[in-house]
Design a protein around this ligand. Structure first.
Ligand SMILES: [Zn+2]
Length: 117
């Protein structure tokens, strides 16, 4: 399972296309707030758990400067506030995408359609 394409839909959304055909939008805010790096999520080293550092909200925190592939298993997102230590493995992104399975969106579309009738 891997991402075959990433497209920025608007200022707040990245669209991920998967090799099994799933296309799912993820908000930049959500991606940044779940940044998997040790600085954001904390870290356990030799049984000591280090809490994440308090991070001030800087301009550009939720803007993407660049996305780089990391080998064949992850992407690295460089944010415009300079934060670039988060690696997002495919499984991690996929778990976030699962709530956007096509059936859910289709049901929503059908409801909208009925309301228009
Ligand atoms: Zn981070």
């Amino acid at each position: 399972m891997r991402v075959t394409a990433i497209k920025q839909l608007d200022n707040e959304t990245l669209n991920f296309t998967w090799d099994d055909g799933l296309v799912s939008p993820l908000s930049l805010k959500r991606l940044r707030d779940t940044c998997p790096c040790a600085g954001c999520q904390g870290e356990t080293v030799l049984l000591h758990t280090y809490a994440p550092q308090e991070q001030p909200v800087l301009p550009g925190k939720y803007d993407v400067a660049r996305i780089q592939p990391v080998g064949m298993y992850a992407i690295q997102i460089l944010w415009k506030d300079g934060h670039d230590t988060g690696l997002y493995p495919w499984e991690y992104l996929r778990a976030m995408c699962e709530c956007h399975v096509p059936g859910v969106n289709d049901a929503q579309r059908n409801n909208d359609y009925k309301e228009e009738m």
